[in-house]
Write a protein that binds this ligand. Structure first.
Ligand code: SF4
Ligand code: SF4
Length: 343
């Protein structure tokens, strides 16, 4: 089933090196217009200009929404907190392997727990190594990075993918700081849900590697887990919330039943995106493809070429983020699937 989902030219495709993600690349690639852009300086300038949607309050509101994502140390932990001496928390639980009697029933229980912790949607898939990064990037300080090899233990063969819905009203103000707050809150909710679900899995005596945008490509994992399809906008489109979502994932050795990709929805999006250019027209920097058909090659090292799709220009997109002094959600809100429940 999965083989039909992607058309891949294996002679072009290579696992993605996270250092080539624009959020890291602008720190090292001197060829970029955005090389080492000073976002703090732009922020102070906007506040002085009293620009609507970019006021002191708006920046404060937006930055605060990222608190759990950026400041909670165990959000993306692969071990959780192992520093406690006492067992009031229940660490002894981890020494006992939970007995799973019925895998299907247990899988449903895990999905319900994920939703209880805040996930809007949950899907499960096997690990497809092609989506795992070749290496991951870490910041050493403001301007320096290092690449780390990724070693996922052999026994870990499932990925639980969590999707969090973002606030439609706040996003509708894109590209202001209020819309950015919806993104920040989305990411913080992902961090919260992942941290709780990861701890549950460890408390059952199994392994949980909590991941945000690190470790592997989230969109193909979400598609494999039956949560949606890839749109022309380069984002996951879910039947329930369109692209108005953030994604997190947990790699685990829990025995879980995997979901099937939603092939009917994937076919529907593929056909609609071919004739709909709303996201491409709405993008301020024309970063989204106007091609009539998907292609195998992107033009940038940040594209990860080799998969047949509509390629977004990461450089043009990021140049707008620099100009805007914030992120942007216009390709989310422009998509008709993002604002309604129609499937
Ligand atoms: S985030 Fe904004 S600039 Fe980037 S592709 Fe989407 S609409 Fe264009
Ligand atoms: S706006 Fe239209 S072309 Fe763009 S992702 Fe949504 S459905 Fe596809």
């Amino acid at each position: 089933m999965k083989k039909q989902l992607y058309e891949i030219k294996e002679n072009i495709y290579g696992r993605f090196d996270q250092i080539n993600n624009m959020l890291f690349r602008y720190l090292w690639d001197k060829r970029l217009k955005s090389y080492r852009n000073d976002f703090a300086e732009g922020m102070l300038k906007n506040i002085r200009l009293e620009k609507e949607g970019y006021s002191h309050f708006d920046y404060a509101f937006s930055k605060a929404s990222w608190t759990i994502y950026n400041r909670f140390p165990f959000a993306f932990s692969w071990e959780g907190d192992i520093s406690f001496a006492e067992d009031w928390y229940g660490y002894k639980l981890r020494e006992i392997k939970y007995k799973i009697k019925d895998i299907e029933e247990f899988t449903n229980k895990i999905k319900k727990a994920a939703q209880f912790y805040g996930a809007s949607l949950v899907g499960i898939t096997q690990i497809d190594e092609r989506w795992v990064y070749k290496s991951s990037a870490r910041k050493i300080d403001n301007y320096h990075l290092k690449s780390l090899p990724l070693n996922i233990p052999q026994e870990i063969n499932r990925v639980i993918v969590l999707v969090i819905e973002m606030d439609a009203v706040a996003l509708s103000t894109t590209p202001t700081l209020i819309a950015s707050a919806a993104n920040g809150l989305g990411y913080s909710k992902v961090a919260f849900s992942l941290a709780c679900l990861g701890e549950l899995i460890r408390n059952l005596g199994y392994q949980a590697l909590q991941c945000g945008n690190d470790t592997a490509l989230s969109i193909p994992l979400a598609i494999d887990a039956g949560l949606g399809a890839l749109g022309r906008n380069g984002l996951l489109i879910t039947p329930q919330y369109g692209s108005r979502v953030r994604i997190g994932k947990i790699f685990t050795d829990l025995p879980l039943v995997v979901d099937e990709p939603d092939v009917a929805f994937i076919a529907k999006i593929s056909s609609i995106c071919q004739n709909c250019f709303k996201c491409a027209e709405a993008c301020e920097n024309k970063a989204i493809s106007f091609e009539s058909y998907p292609v195998f090659n992107g033009e940038s090292i940040s594209n990860n070429s080799g998969v047949k799709k509509y390629y977004v220009s990461p450089e043009k997109c990021f140049d707008f983020w620099v100009e805007n002094n914030s992120d942007c959600s216009t390709c989310i809100t422009a998509c008709p699937f993002s604002n309604s429940n129609r499937a």
